[in-house]
Design a protein around this ligand. Structure first.
Ligand code: MN
Length: 135
């Protein structure tokens, strides 16, 4: 159990995707911050201290693949789970995303139940790891 809702930082520039992800995540009780420009992500992540980042790849300002490297290099965001939000054309490249520093990926257009499961499981796994490391 947690004393506060999980904070999710959604990095996405497509209005339809933002609307859908916002509806689903808020319905599941998460607190949500949305960033639409890649150049603003590092600053917002440092301020919000999210429990999870959902990261589109194709963004104005800076790409998601560049951003994940920068977030991993910053001690304040190095350990935050980050899931890539990918187009179906990128499917099958799971190893590539893991090598870049992502914890996993979610294909767009999303299947809502799978999207919810992946978010929940990623947060649960991260909490378990934090407890295990006795931080
Ligand atoms: Mn995009």
């Amino acid at each position: 159990m947690t004393s506060r809702p999980f904070r999710v930082l959604l990095v996405e520039d497509n209005p339809s995707n933002i609307a859908l992800f916002t509806t689903v995540l808020k319905r599941d009780g998460y607190t949500l911050e949305v960033v639409t420009d890649g150049s603003e992500v590092e600053q917002r992540a440092a301020a919000v201290r999210p429990d999870l980042i959902l990261m589109d790849i194709n963004l104005p300002g800076m790409t998601g693949t560049e951003l994940v490297g920068r977030l991993r290099a910053d001690p304040s965001t190095a350990d935050v789970p980050i899931l890539a939000l990918t187009a179906h054309a990128m499917d099958g490249d799971a190893d590539v995303f893991l090598a870049l520093g992502f914890n996993g990926y979610i294909s767009k257009p999303i299947e809502v139940a799978a999207f919810r499961d992946t978010v929940r499981q990623t947060l649960a796994k991260d909490m378990h790891q934090r407890r295990g490391s006795a931080k």
